[in-house]
Design a protein around this ligand. Sequence first.
Ligand SMILES: Cc1cc2nc3c(=O)[nH]c(=O)nc-3n(C[C@H](O)[C@H](O)[C@H](O)COP(=O)(O)OP(=O)(O)OC[C@H]3O[C@@H](n4cnc5c(N)ncnc54)[C@H](O)[C@@H]3O)c2cc1C
Length: 318
Amino acid sequence: MTARDPEFVAALRHRVAGKVRESEPVARFSTYRIGGPATVLLPARAEDVGAALTLARDAGVPWFTIGLGSNILLPDEGLDALVIRIGKGLDRVTQRGESWTVGAGLPAPLAARRTAEAGFGGLHIFVGVPGSVGGGVYMNAGCHGGDWAEVVERVTVVDETGQDTVLNRGDIPFTYRRSGLEGRVVLEATVRLRQEEQKHLDEAIAEMFEWRQSGTPFNQPCCGSVFKNPAGPSWKQESGPSTAGQLIEAAGLKSFSVGGAQVSPMHANYFVNTGSATSADVKKLIQHVQGVVHERFGVRLEPEVKLIGTRGEYQNKE
Ligand SMILES: Cc1cc2nc3c(=O)[nH]c(=O)nc-3n(C[C@H](O)[C@H](O)[C@H](O)COP(=O)(O)OP(=O)(O)OC[C@H]3O[C@@H](n4cnc5c(N)ncnc54)[C@H](O)[C@@H]3O)c2cc1C
């Protein structure tokens, strides 16, 4: 059975309070604006996620979680998997002293602003990272020298048993851009923040924004960094070529395109959809860039963007 099966869709609608959309173009849930139709669940509450996962398991239907779709390349053919889109309904924020609990569906830039406006630093660095809290934790997203692993105290997840589990920081094997939370859906995260002087936070946010604006093609669909940096985080690194972007630029590939996918003329580690890009175009561009960089510098670039197959499977090797 697949998630497109009318029987599965009917059973799902019966179990959840959220909306179930059939043949929904998933391109609208990806910042690349690429991806064909799928059955999509928009959970209205955390319980919907557990119910959907157990139903999918029992029916033998694969599933895939999407947050704000800012780090994924979805298939042109669409998905046979059930797509669970975590957003509104799982976006509450609560605070107890320095401990903040943020829902997985909350956009990270909003979490950054809300906590910073209350005088707390730690999440403020994510003000320009256009993902969700859940996607950030799952990816261990990071920037400006920090990442989610640094602030997380505990994370509530649910798996195919439908049961919520609270994982303490020490139980989560965070590494560079990875949490090890495969097979689970993040429902919320509790982070420990630090009280900081408001002026300092405002200045830091303004500086980060300026840095982002000057180097990000915000006016074109893209998914941020396509490749991991071979040597880890790179912010404000002075010499090169050593980061993925520097290597691609030094290989003369800025503005190189395949179909509607182009290496951004602004930032070589960002590939943009110039309007008509398909998933196949982006994959071909990735392969071409990997080949040229390997030939020129002997470095094998590994995609940071998650390449997703029609059953919701990851096509990148981890
Ligand atoms: C302009 C731009 C700038 C960016 N800058 C940065 C940056 O500086 N640093 C950085 O690290 N990233 C950056 N990114 C990439 C991206 O924003 C982050 O990786 C982000 O955290 C992904 O969150 P998301 O909600 O969009 O996840 P998605 O793209 O929706 O999903 C990414 C992965 O997380 C999984 N996932 C999503 N939500 C959940 C959940 N609730 N539970 C379990 N798994 C989940 C998905 O299944 C998928 O495997 C940038 C992207 C863009 C477009």
